[in-house]
Every structure is written in structure tokens, then in C-alpha cells.
Ligand binder design. Structure first.
Ligand code: HEC
Ligand code: HEC
Ligand code: HEC
Ligand code: HEC
Ligand code: HEC
Length: 456
């Protein structure tokens, strides 16, 4: 770690020093250091099916996660083969992502030097995602902080884990503190683009937030403990690591990750009057921002509506703070054409873009904006040159207050007026999914709330 820091070093906790190092470090966007391409052939790692024979429950859980299929899911395939790989051929600055993507998404193909790997599904093991043996071969990371796939691996008979008293069969086990921390995860859940822009910051967000301070790592939420056995012939234990690894694909994980409360400024009003409403949203369950991870393409938005006593529904549009034009342009849903760089990557002449959000217009978005070197908004995180222009994502254990001002229409029915707010999530704008033909992307509810006032 770092240079000797003298007396000041005494004041810094190890974690804080790590963070400083992280921020001092410019992102290379090259495949991270650590294990090198070609270091280990495919058969240096055992296939996960072999582990499943004894670690039955763990394997059943893990194979349902997106991370187990991190190279084979339709959007992973499409983004690499239809966008990133062609882009490396026309933009020398991003050439290193040909291997860089694979280092995190198909680590065994990367380690075997099989880059680019064959397209799935015909590729069988070659499109394996992060496998059991890959993770349990990790012994550390290279450099000062985990980023860009800088994991170090030592595959073989010894499986690394967090127990000092493991009693394995058919293999050996070694204790490593790495398996209780967040750094193991951070090697892939933190990324800088070839332009040095931070483009995946889950580890950094966690590091800067209240959960690191409280000693709560990724594992408590994503690999929670339960009583049972770690292996069919293993002993009964009170705290077996449940390999759920659920995130953006999981309705259960998203539902309730944030809370939403609606406060109209008055309980009684009349048609034609102005109504002030505040909506308080709080990220009370995620150890990082929401959304996190592939922030460039995740959509989280708040829709506010009012329904009058006659059942007629009115949309209450978002009113960005002080009418800030940048904020309005970045964080209010719109269908103006965007993502022009995707057309160039796909070789479509005169591509004018597709609707940016593919959602009803006028709703509040919580997002971090990624700009490419031409200043266009982009969902191609490897092409992001500036990610510092706008970020209103929800911080862990913090609330935001969204303020609305609505002119109550003259024709509104007398009686109860129900104001409803819905916070929804989608992994990717449907317009982008349609471009690369990967089907429907579901909209998942995160939080909802309502309040009723009287219209006299
Ligand atoms: C023949 C059965 C068998 C197979 C196959 C097997 N294991 Fe194990 N493994 C065990 C048993 C038994 C334990 C001990 C469980 C305990 O102590 O509660 C264990 C423990 C472990 C641990 C725990 C170490 C720790 O510190 O907590 C890890 C990690 C592990 N195995 C990984 C793997 C991986 C990865 C594979 C496949 C490459 C695999 N195992 C294949 C039987 C097996
Ligand atoms: C070798 C790289 C690597 C390591 C190490 C790694 N991950 Fe991942 N993880 C990925 C990739 C790649 C994906 C994206 C899967 C996809 O493309 O859909 C992912 C996805 C996830 C998801 C999201 C699943 C979803 O449904 O959206 C969670 C949660 C997750 N990882 C948690 C963890 C935790 C916790 C750790 C540490 C114990 C960890 N990961 C370690 C590469 C890694
Ligand atoms: C992303 C990295 C990652 C992957 C992939 C992964 N594990 Fe683990 N595994 C961990 C971590 C971290 C722990 C320790 C969790 C803890 O102590 O809270 C663990 C713990 C274990 C344990 C010990 C459980 C216990 O509580 O005694 C076994 C056994 C195990 N893993 C087997 C597997 C098998 C089998 C697979 C594939 C089906 C797998 N792991 C996939 C990271 C991973
Ligand atoms: C206090 C619990 C908690 C902790 C700690 C935590 N997470 Fe999460 N994580 C969640 C919840 C809840 C969600 C679902 C909401 C969301 O997407 O943010 C989530 C979602 C995710 C996703 C999917 C995000 C997306 O939009 O694609 C990834 C990846 C992830 N977590 C990785 C991590 C990693 C890596 C760490 C540690 C550095 C970590 N998490 C720490 C609770 C937690
Ligand atoms: C530093 C490791 C790392 C690198 C490098 C990396 N990824 Fe990822 N990627 C991840 C992780 C971790 C996730 C999961 C984050 C989340 O859940 O939002 C992810 C998520 C994704 C997703 C979203 C999956 C989904 O189903 O929503 C796609 C697509 C993707 N990556 C493609 C790529 C491509 C293409 C490249 C190269 C240009 C690349 N990644 C480079 C680690 C990496």
C-alpha cells in the first residue's frame, strides 16, 4: 500500500488511506493489472457443476443470479458483440476494452487468453460468467485499490474462503480475510473508462457511505447468512453464506429498497389554486447509491399523479429545482433523440438517435449522466469521457425531497383528490434494447405512496 505517510498515517484508518489512494489514481481503462491474459488455461478451473455435487444449495442459489451468467445474458452478448467490439475497431482510444470487458464478465476466457471469446450460447464454458472456482481462487488484488478487474488468482486444489474451521472433502480450504470484505467484490464492481472517468462506482459508493463505517459489507445484503449446511456432508452451522447475489434483475431486491412519502401543503383546496407537494424519498436498504453499478443505463424515476373524485387522472409534472436548465435536460424524462453514438458503432449511416428514455415525459429521473468525448449522453460506459456533470442518485441512508407545484385544473371534480407517487426502475431504456433486439425490459416497482386532500 502507498508510500509511507509518516505521522499523518496514524490518523488515517487503513480504509481511508485506501480511499485516498483510489481517488489519487487515474483510471487507466486498460484491463486492470493483476492476473494477466493467458495466465491460466480453461481447465485450470473446475466447472461449477462439479462443486454443485456437494455444495448443492449454494449452487442452486448461485446459478439463478445474473453474475453466474455474466457473459451469456442477452444484453451482455449484445453490448459486447454489437457495440463495444465493433467500436474498438474504429476508435483506437477504446481498443483495450476488447479484453477489458472480458476480464470482468468472462474471467476464465480472459485468463485463458481467449479474447474475444466465441459468442454464446454455442460457446459453452467459454462464455462462463464468474464461476465458483474463479471466485474461490482469488487471493487478493493488485495495486492500491480494487478496480478494473485487478484480481489475483491462484486456482487449484485449495479453495479460499472465510472460515478457519472448514472441513472440506475432495479439496483443501484456506482461510482468507478477503472473503469477509468488500474488496473482493470491488475488483469488478468498480471501473474507470479508458478516458479516466469513473463509470462503475459501487465499491467507492459503499466505501464513502455509512455501511462501511458500520462494518457492513456487501456480503450481509447479497450473501446473507442462514442456518444450514454448506455442503451435503458438511456439519450443521448457524451462518451458512447464501449465494443469492441478487440485484437489478430481482423484483424482491428492488421492492422496498427505498421509501416514498407524500406531503401536500394543505388538506383542503379548490380548483384553480396552486398546490405545493413534497415527496420524500429515502434509500434505506441499499449499501450504495440507487441506482448503482451500470449507472449509465439504469432508469429510476418518480411519477406523480392525482385522481379526482370522478376518477379522472392528471399527471403532475416534475419541477426541477429553480428551473436549472441542465438539471431539467438531464433529469426529467424526455423522448428527444439520444444515444447517437450507438448508431455509429453499429455502422448505421445518418443515425439520428432513438428516444432517450422511452417513458412518458415530464417525470423526475434519478441518474448519473455519462458524456462521450463529443459531449453526447451515452450508455456506452467505456466511451464515457466525463461523468462529473450531473448526479442525483439516492445515497445510502439519505433522503431527498422532491418539490412539486401544481395548478389544480378548473374542471377537477369536488371531493377527495388522491395524489399517488410511484418510484419505478428499469435496467435499460426500451429504445436501446429495441436497437439491439433483446426484447422487453421489465419495469419494476421500488416504492409507492399516496395522500388524499379535499377539493371544495
Ligand atoms: C466431494 C464434495 C465436495 C466438492 C466436489 C466440493 N466441495 Fe467444497 N467443501 C466440501 C465440504 C464437505 C466442505 C466443508 C463444509 C463445512 O466445513 O461446513 C467444503 C468447503 C468449501 C469451502 C469453504 C471454505 C471456507 O473457508 O469456508 C469452499 C470455499 C469450497 N468448499 C469451495 C468449493 C468449490 C469452489 C468447489 C468446486 C470447484 C468445491 N468446493 C467442490 C465438499 C466439497
Ligand atoms: C470477477 C468479477 C466479479 C467479482 C469478483 C464480483 N462480481 Fe458481482 N458481477 C460481476 C459481473 C460481470 C456482473 C454483471 C452480470 C451481468 O452482466 O448481468 C455482476 C453482477 C452482480 C450483481 C447484480 C446481479 C443483478 O441481478 O443485477 C450483484 C448483486 C453482485 N454482482 C454482487 C457481487 C458481490 C457481493 C461480490 C463480492 C462477494 C461480487 N459481486 C464479486 C462481476 C464480478
Ligand atoms: C463472487 C464470488 C463468489 C462466487 C462466484 C461464489 N462464491 Fe462461495 N463464497 C464467496 C464469499 C465471499 C464467501 C464467504 C461469505 C461469508 O463468509 O460471509 C463464500 C462462501 C462459500 C462457502 C462457505 C459457506 C459457509 O458459510 O460455510 C462455500 C462452500 C462456497 N462459498 C461455495 C461456492 C460455490 C459452490 C459456488 C458456485 C456455485 C460459489 N461459492 C460461488 C464468494 C463467492
Ligand atoms: C445494506 C445492504 C446492501 C449492501 C451493504 C450492499 N448492497 Fe448492493 N444492493 C442492495 C439493494 C437493496 C439493492 C437493490 C437496489 C439497487 O439496485 O440499488 C442492491 C443492488 C446491487 C446491485 C445491482 C445494481 C444495479 O442497478 O444493477 C449490485 C451490482 C450490487 N448491489 C453490488 C453491491 C456491492 C458490490 C456491494 C459492496 C461494495 C453492495 N452491493 C453492498 C443492498 C446492499
Ligand atoms: C471492472 C469490471 C468490468 C468491466 C471492465 C466491464 N464490466 Fe460490464 N459489468 C460489470 C459489473 C460488476 C456489472 C454489474 C453492475 C450492475 O449490476 O449494474 C456489469 C454490467 C454490465 C452490463 C449490464 C448487464 C445487464 O443485464 O443489465 C452489460 C451489458 C455490461 N456490463 C457490458 C460490458 C461491456 C460491453 C464491457 C466492456 C466495454 C464491460 N461490461 C466492462 C463489470 C465490468
Amino acid at each position: 500500500m502507498g508510500k509511507p505517510a509518516g505521522r499523518r498515517g496514524l490518523l488515517l484508518s487503513v480504509a481511508a488511506a485506501l480511499l485516498l489512494a483510489l481517488y489519487a489514481r487515474g483510471g487507466a481503462g486498460e484491463p486492470g493489472a493483476g492476473a494477466k491474459m493467458g495466465d491460466h488455461p480453461y481447465d485450470a478451473f473446475e466447472p461449477s457443476e462439479r462443486c454443485a455435487v456437494c455444495h448443492k444449495e449454494i449452487a442452486l442459489q448461485y446459478e439463478k443470479s445474473a453474475m453466474a451468467q455474466s457473459q451469456a445474458l442477452p444484453w451482455d452478448q449484445a453490448e459486447y458483440f454489437k457495440l463495444a467490439l465493433p467500436h474498438t475497431r474504429i476508435e483506437p482510444r477504446v481498443a483495450a476494452v476488447e479484453a477489458g470487458c472480458i476480464q470482468c464478465h468472462a474471467p476464465q476466457a480472459f485468463l485463458a487468453g481467449d479474447v474475444p471469446p466465441p459468442e454464446a450460447p454455442k460457446a459453452d464454458r467459454k462464455a462462463d460468467g464468474v464461476s465458483c472456482d474463479m471466485c474461490h481462487a482469488m487471493t487478493g488484488f493488485d495495486g492500491e485499490a480494487p478496480v478494473n478487474g485487478n484480481y489475483v488468482v491462484s486456482p487449484g486444489k485449495v479453495k479460499h474462503g472465510s472460515r478457519k474451521d472448514a472441513a472440506p472433502m475432495g479439496h483443501e480450504a484456506a482461510y482468507s480475510p478477503l472473503f469477509k470484505g468488500a474488496e473482493l467484490c470491488g475488483t469488478c464492481h468498480d471501473e474507470s473508462s479508458p478516458y479516466g472517468a469513473p463509470v462503475k462506482e459501487t465499491y467507492r459508493e459503499w466505501s464513502l457511505g455509512p455501511y462501511r463505517e458500520a462494518g457492513i459489507t456487501c456480503l450481509r445484503c447479497h450473501v446473507p447468512a442462514a442456518a444450514g449446511k454448506a455442503a451435503v456432508m458438511g456439519k450443521e452451522r448457524p451462518d451458512v453464506a447464501q449465494h443469492l447475489f441478487q440485484g437489478a434483475y430481482s423484483p424482491a431486491m428492488l421492492r422496498g429498497a427505498a421509501t416514498l412519502h407524500i406531503y401536500p401543503a394543505t388538506e383542503e383546496t379548490a380548483a384553480g389554486r396552486t398546490l405545493d407537494i413534497s415527496v420524500v424519498i429515502s434509500n434505506h436498504r441499499a449499501g450504495h447509491r440507487i441506482p448503482t453499478g451500470s449507472t449509465e443505463e439504469r432508469q429510476l424515476w418518480l411519477r406523480l399523479e392525482a385522481r379526482d373524485a370522478a376518477g379522472k387522472t392528471y399527471h403532475i409534472p416534475a419541477a426541477p429545482a429553480a428551473g436549472d436548465p441542465a438539471e431539467k435536460s438531464y433529469s426529467v424524462t424526455t423522448n428527444r433523440p439520444a444515444w447517437q453514438d450507438l448508431g455509429r458503432m453499429m455502422g448505421i449511416a445518418d443515425f439520428k438517435g432513438v428516444p432517450r428514455d422511452a417513458l412518458p415525459e415530464g417525470d423526475r429521473l434519478f441518474r448519473k449522466v455519462f458524456l462521450n468525448p463529443l459531449g453526447e449522453e451515452t450508455v456506452a460506459q467505456w466511451y464515457a469521457a466525463d461523468t462529473g456533470v450531473f448526479d442525483n442518485r439516492l445515497k445510502p441512508l439519505e433522503a431527498v425531497v422532491e418539490r412539486y407545484r401544481w395548478e389544480i385544473p378548473e374542471g377537477v371534480a369536488h371531493g377527495g383528490l388522491t395524489i399517488t407517487g410511484a418510484l419505478n426502475y428499469r435496467r435499460l431504456p426500451q429504445s436501446v434494447a429495441d436497437m439491439v433486439k433483446i426484447g422487453q425490459v421489465p419495469i419494476l416497482p421500488v416504492a409507492a405512496g399516496q395522500a388524499v386532500i379535499l377539493v371544495k
